[in-house]
Design a protein around this ligand. Structure first.
Ligand SMILES: Cc1cc2nc3c(=O)[nH]c(=O)nc-3n(C[C@H](O)[C@H](O)[C@H](O)COP(=O)(O)OP(=O)(O)OC[C@H]3O[C@@H](n4cnc5c(N)ncnc54)[C@H](O)[C@@H]3O)c2cc1C
Length: 291
């Protein structure tokens, strides 16, 4: 395994200084479920690894109606999943946590690590996109915010300046009458990445479902929202024909990267089916079976 220096900073300021001074490749270590494997496989060869897991400023989950949910970057998936406010106000997020990887991985893996990994199969990115989440980045020169879609499109390595790190993800409070569903196709239970997955979210205003949000993962080079599909749902009447049309548009739109576990044609078709199932489940929940 490639040898590297390891430092466990005591403060964000120290992280910023070490990142800013770095002449060679420096990597942030959070849960390490991905980075350590990458180092072991020789895919990345950092000179220095900065372990941020113990920083208290980054390990928290807070909720209030005005700010919504703020998730510190080193919050583990398990802690997020068990959080009362997450279960109550963000059931789609809790659902995605519960089917991510295995219990052992969830106990180590952090939300920040998932978002920053640029992972093609990320279960969090599409869900956070449906909630219109914002990434908060910190560096010695100050803090800035970036919509999660933009952050994922660039990938953390490009979105972050050399001396920056992700400190939190902020998720607005959803409309009271809203619901979301996460559909994940994988070859079996447990530690399998998605072959195709979709997060679907909508709000109910009187008898109408509106503000549809659809995001996919594992079927494109990065997780992404599908605004054209969202518009079809916002503008259309919920019928079998619309569902069929939505599934077809999703299949045509996505562009999976090759994966030895399943062919591209199959994954494109399944992406459409994942979205259609999500739409059906959201509709059934919000309209109480009247669909
Ligand atoms: C067996 C197995 C199964 C898995 N299954 C799934 C799955 O089903 N779904 C899924 O989405 N993922 C899955 N993963 C991937 C992985 O566990 C997640 O992406 C995890 O959330 C990464 O978090 P971490 O804290 O371990 O990140 P780390 O490995 O510590 O870091 C990952 C990357 O993010 C960077 N980074 C971490 N934190 C920050 C920060 N705050 N600021 C800037 N950069 C940062 C690191 O430098 C590194 O490049 C799986 C992994 C394994 C090994």
């Amino acid at each position: 395994m490639h040898a590297f220096d390891y430092v466990k900073p005591n403060s964000l300021e120290q992280v910023g200084e070490l990142l800013a001074q770095a002449q060679e490749d420096v990597r942030i270590l959070a849960g390490g479920t991905e980075l350590l494997l990458q180092i072991e496989r020789g895919e990345v060869k950092p000179a220095l690894v900065l372990d941020i897991k113990g920083l208290p400023d980054l390990d928290f989950v807070r909720f209030d109606y005005e700010q919504g949910l703020t998730i510190g970057a080193t919050t583990t998936v398990t802690d997020l999943m068990r959080n009362h406010d997450v279960r109550k106000h963000y059931p789609l997020l809790a659902q995605a946590c519960s089917i991510m990887a295995t219990e052992q991985i969830r106990n180590r893996a952090t939300v920040g690590g998932n978002v920053c990994s640029g992972f093609v199969f990320s279960d969090f990115a599409p869900v956070l996109m449906c909630y219109d989440a914002v990434c908060h980045l910190w560096g010695p020169r100050g803090q800035r915010a970036m919509r999660i879609e933009d952050f994922c499109r660039e990938g953390a390595r490009l979105s972050l300046a050399q001396d920056e790190l992700l400190v939190s993800v902020q998720v607005p409070t959803p409309w009271a009458e809203s619901w979301g569903d996460y559909q994940k196709l994988r070859p079996g239970q447990g530690a399998h990445f998605a072959l195709a997955a979709a997060a679907v979210f909508a709000c109910r205003v009187e008898e109408t479902l509106t503000d549809w949000r659809v995001a996919v993962t594992a079927v494109a080079p990065y997780p992404q929202r599908l605004p054209e599909v969202e518009k079809l749902l916002d503008d259309g009447q919920m019928t079998e024909a619309l569902l069929q049309h939505v599934a077809e548009r999703v299949s045509e739109t996505v562009a999976p990267v090759p994966d030895p576990r399943a062919g591209i044609t199959y994954r494109k078709a399944m992406a459409g089916i994942m979205v259609a199932r999500g739409v059906q489940n959201v509709t059934a929940y919000l309209l109480g079976g009247r669909h």
